[in-house]
Design a protein around this ligand. Structure first.
Ligand code: ZN
Ligand code: ZN
Length: 405
């Protein structure tokens, strides 16, 4: 049996599923792993799937792909664009798209599993393929561990993973040390006193508080974080009110915080709490705001020696020019949880998904940020090839570097 990876990719792309709803996806990957001769465990972390292929004593190598899509309406115009919808955790119907490219991660991992199974006589050790649910803020890695991942499989000697990104297909980016930011998702609910829109003097207006807080929070990074440190504070949601002539009694802001070190993270979160409380007090709010920590991802830290070893292997396969170090990325990930929880080194890299010709054109016209859509955009569309082949080969090369000879 040979897997038709392009067909698998298109099928997964057409049928994205939200975090912890990856039932169809899980059954597809579990089916292929079974066909390839892996011992397969399903339902590890709700919808997670684990495949194990053992070939005698030797190193234990874990390869990880994530499985979830996002509540985004696809606008790529591709013939295989998603028109899927689903219900989010609040019960609301939302469009769903593989806007982060996790369909590409699964396809590449299945392809790597196929090649490693076909060459099993050439290596020794244990290969663990993890298909993780709910990477997009759901903490799927931790849920897999809580539900007994490491009771089922041995602790790995290395955890390897990759994310598709808008760099040219066939190229790679790997940064030793802190490679992705920490992420904290915080909901702030401000309480006012509601009333008639015509009589603001009888109310405490939470909309004004929210507007002022949204601006004021931007001063944390510009006024409290030094030039050599970095952080991002983004307000991705503001919700208040039901009608133009009613002043509501509460407003909620959804805030996302990124940082590259723990002390900056602590300082930014402390400042958010301080400013939110002060804003409420300044407005004469009837009670202090409610600050809810919705989810939190730690820094993603690549082990330095393990990264260098993996970079050498990738550079040998693809050429030195194809493997770069662009520094740390401001996105966040929970792949590190799989490694940190058992003290294993992590090596996590980015593989290109952009059409190399389009990318060169955008570089020449200095329009990479606007013309090369990136992950989470409704226009994000990795080219099928050479993305899949490069993604498969990178996983195989990295895994073979770590498995016994
Ligand atoms: Zn994402
Ligand atoms: Zn992602």
């Amino acid at each position: 049996m040979a897997l038709d990876l392009e067909k698998i990719y298109i099928d997964l792309h057409r049928h994205p599923e939200l975090s912890f709803q990856e039932h169809r996806t899980a059954s597809i990957v579990a089916g292929y792993l079974q066909e390839l001769g892996f011992e397969v465990y399903t339902g590890v972390g709700q919808t997670g799937v684990v495949g194990v292929l053992a070939q005698g004593p030797g190193p234990v190598v874990m390869l990880r792909a994530d499985m979830d899509g996002l509540p985004v309406a696809e606008e790529t115009g591709l013939p295989y664009a998603s028109i899927a919808t689903a219900h989010d955790t609040a019960g609301k119907e939302v469009p769903v798209m593989h806007a982060c490219g996790h369909d590409m991660h699964m396809t590449a991992l299945l392809g790597a599993c196929e090649q490693l199974a076909a060459t099993i006589d050439e290596w020794s050790g244990t290969l663990i393929a993890v298909f993780q649910p709910a990477e997009e803020g759901g903490g799927g890695a931790q849920v897999m561990i809580d539900e007994g991942l490491y009771d089922i499989v041995p602790a790995p000697d290395v955890v390897l993973g990759q994310h598709v990104s808008p760099i040219p297909a066939g190229t790679f980016a790997l940064h030793p040390g802190v490679t992705m930011a920490s992420s904290d998702s915080i909901d702030i609910t401000l309480f006012g006193v509601g009333g008639h829109g015509a009589r603001p003097e009888t109310t405490v207006d939470p909309v004004m508080m929210a507007a002022s807080l949204a601006i004021r929070l931007q001063q944390i990074v510009s006024r409290e974080i030094g030039i050599n440190e970095q952080a991002v504070v983004t307000i991705g949601q503001i919700h208040a009110g039901t009608k133009n002539n009613i002043i509501p009694d509460r407003a909620t802001l959804g805030v996302s915080v990124r940082a590259f070190n723990a002390s900056v993270r602590t300082r930014v979160i402390g400042a958010i709490e301080r400013i939110a409380n002060a804003e409420a007090e300044a407005a004469g709010a009837p009670r202090p705001p409610e600050i809810l920590y919705r989810s939190s991802y730690p820094l993603t830290v690549n082990n330095v020696e393990a990264s260098e070893r993996t970079v050498r292997a990738l550079a040998q396969e693809f050429g030195e020019q194809q493997v770069s170090d662009y520094g740390a990325a401001s996105g966040s990930e929970d792949v590190g949880v799989l490694a940190d929880s058992v003290g294993a080194p992590l090596v996590y890299w980015f593989f290109g998904g952009a059409d190399p010709k389009d990318f060169v054109g955008a570089v020449f016209s200095q329009s990479v940020p606007t013309d090369m859509p990136s992950n989470h955009s409704p226009f994000y569309a990795p080219v099928i090839q050479p993305t899949i082949t490069a993604g498969v080969t990178a996983l195989v090369v990295a895994a073979r570097e770590w498995l016994g000879q």
